[in-house]
Design a protein around this ligand. Structure first.
Ligand code: KPL
Length: 297
């Protein structure tokens, strides 16, 4: 297939290399003005990808957008004019709500949502490490997206394991719940994920999870408090040594994904008239920190 990866950060670069090694024609689209980008995975020989090539973009069968949730609109909409209507758009990022914001603009295309627990780290613009083996779930965003189950084979061959989930919303909410529990606290406290197992966080984590359970239930996703707590604890232990994406963003004083993680939870809670004070407080604290950097600029 002809595949373009939009936003080759850590996860995008990992998929670019794996898909190319699986035999596909892969090119990149990024903010950089260079016409080619060398990427090397786990310190092996570097591979040269063409970057920002309109001809290759126009010939794409599949465009995988791996930018952060808050960059989805600005990264995707300028590219639509170059795409054929049958080009498949796949979005893979933390958080929810970003694709809904551009739903009407992209509805002519088959649209697929992806969520992954593969972990990757980019030490600089050319080097990516595959730091954790995970699982990728795909599901349809629109009617045309339902015809794209074959993508499971394409992606599975490149970087297993990949599944089609007809209830992708449940998978996205489950990941969102884990991010709501782990990301703001690790970002604000600048601690590794594993430190959340400490007793001093149990009360806050309990109320985050309690609020999540209520909102998810209202959305038709029935997780009991105990089930959700178990899922969160499992990830805290499995990724104990990880620096969460929000911890890293806040360390480098970059804009965080909070609006599409905790922010999405709060928006949904409002819709159902559910009170979520703990999550609201965490959103306010992360925003306050973000604003303090902007004032310094
Ligand atoms: O997705 C993550 C992130 O850091 O954004 C978790 C699951 C919390 C792993 O670090």
């Amino acid at each position: 297939m002809n595949i373009t990866i939009v936003g080759p950060g850590a996860i995008g670069s990992l998929w670019a290399i794996k898909l190319l090694q699986a035999g596909h024609n892969v090119s990149l689209w990024s903010r950089s003005s260079e016409i080619s980008t060398d990427l090397s995975l786990d310190e092996r020989t570097s591979i040269s990808f063409s970057n920002n090539n309109i001809e290759k973009l126009s010939a794409s069968d599949l465009v995988i957008v791996t930018v952060k949730a808050w960059q989805v609109e600005e990264a995707t909409t300028p590219l639509l004019q170059y795409l054929a209507p049958d080009t498949i758009l796949m979005f893979m990022h933390n958080g929810m709500g970003a694709v809904d914001e551009i739903a009407t603009q992209i509805d002519a295309h088959p649209v697929v949502l992806a969520t992954t627990t593969q972990a990757a780290f980019k030490s600089d613009r050319n080097n990516v490490s595959h730091t954790g083996i995970g699982q990728t779930q795909l599901g349809a965003f629109n009617l045309k997206g339902q015809q794209c189950t074959f993508l499971v084979d394409v992606l599975e061959h490149a970087l297993p394991t990949v599944n089609w989930n007809p209830k992708i919303k449940t998978a996205l909410w489950t990941k969102l719940a884990i991010n709501c529990a782990i990301n703001p606290l690790t970002g604000l406290e600048q601690i590794k994920n594993g430190e959340l197992a400490d007793q001093r966080f149990s009360e806050t984590l309990n109320s985050i999870i309690h609020e999540l359970t209520q909102v998810m239930q209202a959305e038709g996703i029935t997780y009991s408090f105990n089930e959700l707590e178990a899922s969160v604890n499992k990830v805290i232990h499995a990724t104990a040594q990880n620096n969460s994406s929000m911890k890293q963003d806040m360390f480098y004083q970059r804009k965080t994904e909070i609006d599409f993680i905790t922010g999405h939870l709060i928006k949904t809670a409002l819709k159902h008239q559910i009170e979520v004070p703990t999550n609201q407080k965490l959103l306010a604290m992360v925003k306050e920190r973000e604003n303090s950097w902007n004032h310094q600029d």
